[in-house]
Every structure is written in C-alpha cells, then in structure tokens.
Design a protein around this ligand. Structure first.
Ligand code: ATP
Ligand code: MG
Length: 421
C-alpha cells in the first residue's frame, strides 16, 4: 500500500508551485514597497499563547488546535495562525517599546478542520502586521496595499467587506444583548449555535444555516453599540479608502472568529471559489500585545490564505508551469562528460540564471536527446567527438523548426545570449 499524507495535509508538487512562487514573489515585492520587513517565526509555541490571545471560547482554541505535550510535559501547539506569534515575537525581542514595526511573514498554519476544497489542516498564510500604529491611517494603507495586490496579480473577482467592532465595552455590552436575544429564540438555534450561545455568541452571526437566517437578520446590530471614538475611527477609515477609489461594503455582521479584534475588521471575499470565500482577512488588535505580557501597543494586520489565492489566480490566469532547463547537455563518453561539467560551470559563472541540465547516466545520443525533449529544455548542447576535435559545440533547437547551429568552443556569451534571449 502506498504511504499517504495525513488527512487534510497535502504535498505541494513542482507542477503546482510555479504559480505559488510567482504569487509569493510578487506579494513580497509589493509589501516591501510599503515598508514591511520579513520576520520568520517558529511553527510551535506554548499552548498558553494561543489560548490567551485567540480566546478560550473560539472554534480554533476549542476544537481545532494540534496540541501535545513535549517530553518535558509542557503543552505545545502547532500554530493555527500567525498574529499571536508575531505579537509574542515583538514582545520577546523588544521590538515594540517606543517603536513602530511593519512586518510580514509567511508559512504553514495548522487547524483540525473538516477538510474540503479550500480548507485544509495544514494551509499556508501570508501575513502582514503593523504594530505601534493607532490608525486609522495605517488601517487604510494596508487595505490600499491589498487593492494594489489584486490589480498587479490580475485578480478581479474579489470584494471588500468592512466593519467596526468598537472597544472592549462595545463587545461586552453587545455580547450580553446578543445572548439574551438568541436565548429568547433558542428553539430556532441549531446544535452548533446552541453550543456557541454562551461561549462565543458573536460567531452565531456567521452561521450559513438558511433556517436561521431571518432570525439572525433581526438580531441586534453591533453598529448600534459603538463608542464615539470607534465611530470616528471607522468614519475616517471609510473616507480614506473611498477617496483612494476602493469599493467596499459595510457588513455589520462581520465579527471575525477571534477574540483579540477591536475596531476595524475586514475581509476580502470571492464568490468564485464556492463556499470557501474568504481570501484575505484582518483587523485591529489594540489589546492583544498587552494581554500577552507587553506594553499596550495598538496594531493591525491581515492574513491571506495562499491556497485560495492560488485557486483564484488560476481561475482567470494561465497556470504558471514549473521551471524547465534552458539547456540540456548531451555527451559522448568520459572526456566529453568532463568537458560538459566545465562548460556548464562556465555558463553559470557568466549568468547565474541559466538553467542547465547535464545528462547523467550515459546513454546513446538518441536516448539522451529523448531525455532532453522530456526535460522540456529549449536547447540541447551536443558535445560529440567531432565537436571536441574541432573545438566547437553543436546547439540543437528543441522547440523551433530551425535545426542546429555551431558555436566556437569558449564562446559562452553567444550561448547565453541565445538561450536567455
Ligand atoms: P474561514 O471563514 O474560511 O474559516 P477564517 O475566518 O477561519 O476563514 P482566518 O483565521 O482569518 O480565516 O485566516 C485568514 C485566511 O486564511 C482566510 O481568509 C483564508 O483565506 C485562510 N484560511 C483559514 N483557514 C483555512 C484553512 N483551513 N484552509 C485553507 N485556508 C484557510
Ligand atoms: Mg475558520
């Protein structure tokens, strides 16, 4: 029997990574053009960090974390998201006191969810976080950054939903009223929502159950509970992004699943990927850093699901294929093989971006040329006896009708110019 991966956890194969790499490189270039710098974080943290930051009553902490004890009986968790680790790293390394940080990171996250298209147990996120910024100027800027990303990546089936969660008091007053409202409609709640009622009633608003829709539609609205400073913050944000030409919809039911958010929250969504529509989601978490042991530091960020981004990209753009060699070198015997090493090293010296595949394991000319074709190389360089004797190289065009040319041995520049045109 073939060995398999763990359910919901996939290998990413060379055939698919062309698009991934292209998107990652573009995104890095864009976020760096806004002053974000890379940070790399551990994949494991103390379980406590996530319980404290994401919140005990959330789906993630309650039932989605990969948690285990290490050999020292310490509870460890594979990170389900990056913001908590970023905030922790900021505090651990003294990056936040009297400073502002704009950071990006990317990598795998782990959640024990029901696997389906666009929802996996190991998935990849690209994150940016701006820490030490009170906003709403920076809230607007990271949204404007997203807009630039969609434009440069040719992604158009995407729309922006925003909301404000207000301050701590807003959330607790609202929470209480929401529990009262849902309790008075308890017979209409499904099992899942009944379980959430006291732990995380805001999450019930996210329910996709059509039978609960009209009841949820009549629930109290968070926007009626906002404090005046948060209203002001939200109004300014809307003003800035409007004048930047960004279209958005205020969705008063957008509450996000994690406890640490306040004020600005947003989600870029698509209808094009079926039910897994959230592509890039974020918000402000002014209380988080203090909660995990740092000084009070306002902050905001977003996380983008790379699998969903790749799918969305490939819906309206051609998939980017894996890299194939520019040159496949065909040899004839030992002397020729040694020459081939030398030639390929000198070509790489001349231009490090040339991709050269040297024939390995011998074989007749015919079988080597077959391998050259299979490798998808553009050209074959042939080093036969006649070539060695008369100091030239034959270059065979593998993708064009033109047959073959000869280049003097040592004229690597001509070869590089030809293959990289
Ligand atoms: P969803 O509503 O789809 O469950 P979420 O609110 O749990 O998303 P976040 O925790 O905000 O998502 O994570 C940010 C982004 O990471 C999401 O917008 C989505 O693109 C992606 N994402 C979240 N969970 C998964 C998963 N299990 N598999 C693949 N991508 C995911
Ligand atoms: Mg989720």
């Amino acid at each position: 029997m073939k060995p398999r991966t763990i359910r919901g956890i996939n290998d990413l194969l060379p055939d698919n990574l062309g698009t991934w790499r292209y998107l990652e490189e573009k995104i890095i270039q864009i976020v760096e053009s806004y002053g974000f710098n890379e940070i790399r974080l551990p994949i494991m943290e103390r379980t406590e960090l996530f319980k404290r930051s994401i919140g005990e009553g959330t789906d993630i902490v309650e039932k989605e974390m990969y948690t285990f004890n290490d050999r020292n009986e310490e509870s460890i968790t594979l990170r389900p998201e990056a913001t908590a680790s970023l905030a922790r790293a900021g505090v651990t390394n003294g990056l936040l006191h009297n400073q502002q940080q704009k950071l990006w990171t990317m990598g795998p996250m782990f959640r024990y969810e029901k696997p389906q298209k666009g929802r996996y147990r190991q998935f990849y996120q690209f994150n940016i976080e701006a820490m030490g910024f009170i906003g709403p100027d920076v809230d607007a800027e990271i949204i404007i950054l997203c807009q630039r990303m969609w434009k440069q990546l040719h992604i158009d089936q995407i729309s922006l939903k925003i909301n404000s969660l207000g301050d701590k008091k807003t959330r607790s007053d609202y929470r209480e009223d929401l529990i009262n409202y849902f309790s008075s409609h308890e017979q209409q709640l499904d099992e899942n929502s009944k379980n959430r009622l006291h732990q995380n009633p805001l999450r019930i608003l996210d329910s996709k159950n059509p039978e609960m829709k009209s009841m949820i539609d009549k629930a109290p609205l968070l926007s009626d509970y906002l404090d005046s400073a948060s209203i002001d913050h939200f109004e300014k944000l809307k003003e800035i992004i409007s004048s930047a030409g960004i279209e958005f919809e205020v969705n008063p039911k957008l509450v996000r699943g994690l406890d640490y958010y306040n004020r600005t929250v947003f989600e870029w969504e698509t209808d094009a990927l079926g039910s897994q529509g959230a592509v890039c989601s974020g918000g402000r978490y002014d209380g988080l850093i203090e909660k995990i042991g740092g000084r009070p530091t306002p902050a905001i960020g977003w996380a983008m699901g790379m699998e969903r981004l790749v799918s969305l990209y490939e819906l309206s753009n051609e998939k980017i294929s894996k890299l194939s060699p520019h040159i496949y070198i065909v040899v004839d015997g030992e002397k020729s093989q040694r020459k081939a090493y030398k030639i390929s090293e000198e070509l790489r010296d001349l231009n490090p971006s040339i991709r050269i595949q040297l024939n390995m394991g011998g074989g007749s000319f015919k079988s080597q040329l077959k391998r050259a074709d299979k490798s998808n190389a553009d050209y074959a360089i042939i080093i036969g006896n006649d070539e060695l004797e008369n100091r030239y190289l034959s270059i065979k065009f593998l993708r064009q009708k033109r047959d073959q040319i000869q280049v003097p041995l040592g004229d690597y520049k001509q070869i590089a110019d030809l293959v990289l045109n």
